[in-house]
Design a protein around this ligand. Structure first.
Ligand SMILES: C[S@@+](CC[C@H](N)C(=O)[O-])C[C@H]1O[C@@H](n2cnc3c(N)ncnc32)[C@H](O)[C@@H]1O
Length: 404
């Protein structure tokens, strides 16, 4: 079977064409047993992609997974690994199937891929992770160790000092006979953990091709980097839009993609010709860099029972309770903003949206009419508690009596 190609067909049949002991990594993201058809229309609405995830029984589904795993094990090198992507619907059955085919002793990790979601969840916890099982073919599996930074809570002693066990087995910091601290060996950081926070592709990401359940290339790159080297062969038997193949190609690995859908095969080939990988600013900068509200602003929003909104210069939050069944945007007058500036910014952010009530919180004393023109606006202005107190104090100050 030629490498660096996408094949159309049932993966069980196609995998039999692959030579035994020839593959370094198999990643697969099969249907998750959702018992529905997945479909999605491309952004320009020119094409609808779909695949079926409806099964007569759970056994039918697991039979396919098991048959695929048996072939995966055969084609993997002794140093190779399989990564199976699933979610809470069938993960517990899939893990048993993996144990059956690969053996419990070859279980390496359950990776939790977690991401932030914005959703009005139905009753229960908001689902915001998927599971990726990592099994090796043998104990001789290839693994490239990566390290991450220490946590903010790690203290300098934990980083620098060596440890030893007391007679009772308690772990303590090592000291020499004079009681001086013994510095530990060079540390590279914290080994990459099995919980990965990688953003889901946002609806506007250029990488998004409109294929249902498309995974981010960044997620696949993480997997590929830890168990393969340049020139290795990566196989995805349920490749869909070709995400794994795009990631493998961008990292100078060889690849083989298989999918039962002709549309998917054509799409994957197009993606491989013009590779678009969206860098995640969120991943580079970290979630905390997006939290830009000051403690002062958070306190104001809390005092009026509003939820904060980040990264919008015109709206700082929304009242938790709607007014006339519409959300109520709130803008806090900034330290360097006139009241008119604040009103203008809120109006701009509200353009095209019909709110019944819009609020500016005035934080500094000033008259509104200090502009050449007055803004036409139905925004309600409320003074912050601080400003109300300031004005109260001013009013109650008795003017100095002047004696002749
Ligand atoms: C969850 S999607 C994969 C999405 C992919 N990871 C991506 O990022 O675009 C599952 C894919 O499996 C394919 N599929 C379902 N049964 C198959 C089978 N027996 N053999 C090959 N492909 C199959 C579907 O056509 C679908 O594209």
């Amino acid at each position: 079977m030629e490498v660096n190609r996408i094949y159309k067909g049932n993966c069980i049949n196609k995998l039999t064409e692959l030579e035994s002991n020839s593959v370094d990594l198999v990643y697969f993201d099969p249907p998750f047993f959702t018992q529905k058809k997945h479909s999605l229309v491309t952004r320009d609405e020119s094409k609808k992609y779909e695949f079926s995830d409806s099964w007569d029984s759970l056994n039918d589904y697991l039979d396919l997974i098991e048959a695929c795993l048996i072939e995966c094990k055969r084609v993997l090198k002794e140093t190779g690994s399989v990564f199976l992507h699933c979610d809470k619907v069938a993960s517990h059955y899939i893990r048993l199937t993996l144990d059956k085919v690969f053996g419990m002793k070859n279980f390496q990790s359950e990776i939790i891929w977690s991401y932030k979601r914005w959703s009005n969840s139905k009753k229960g916890l908001l689902n915001s992770h998927q599971n990726i099982y990592f099994y090796s073919k043998s104990k001789h599996f290839k693994f490239n160790q990566y390290y991450t930074n220490y946590a903010a809570t790690t203290n300098i002693d934990q980083i620098l000092q060596d440890r030893k066990k007391t007679a009772k087995g308690k772990s303590i910091y090592k000291t020499d006979e004079d009681g001086n601290i013994v510095l530990g060996k060079e540390k590279k950081g914290v080994p990459l953990s099995d919980t990965w926070e990688i953003p889901y592709l946002n609806p506007k990401a250029k990488e998004r091709v409109g294929y249902p359940t498309q995974k981010p290339v960044l997620l696949l790159k993480e997997i590929i980097k830890i168990v393969t080297d340049e020139g290795d062969l990566v196989v995805d038997p349920f490749c869909g839009s070709g995400t794994t193949c795009v990631a493998a190609k961008s990292m100078d690995r060889n690849f083989i993609g298989i999918d039962a859908s002709q549309d998917a095969v054509e799409l994957a080939n197009r993606r491989l010709e013009e590779m678009i990988i969206t860098d995640s600013a969120l991943l580079n900068k970290g979630y905390n860099s997006y939290l830009e509200k000051s403690e002062y602003e958070m306190a104001i929003l809390k005092s009026i029972d509003a939820l904060p909104v980040q990264r919008n210069s015109g709206i700082d939050g929304f009242l938790r309770k709607h007014f006339n069944e519409k959300p109520v945007p709130v803008k806090i007058q900034g330290k360097r903003e006139t009241l008119n500036d604040a009103i203008e910014k809120l109006e701009k952010s509200c353009q095209g949206k019909e709110f019944e009530l819009k609020i500016v919180i005035q934080t500094r004393k000033e008259s509104r009419g200090n502009r050449l023109f007055e803004l036409e606006s139905d925004i309600e202005i409320i003074q912050s508690q601080e400003l109300i107190i300031e004005e109260l104090k001013e009013k109650s100050t008795v003017p100095n009596t002047v004696y002749n």
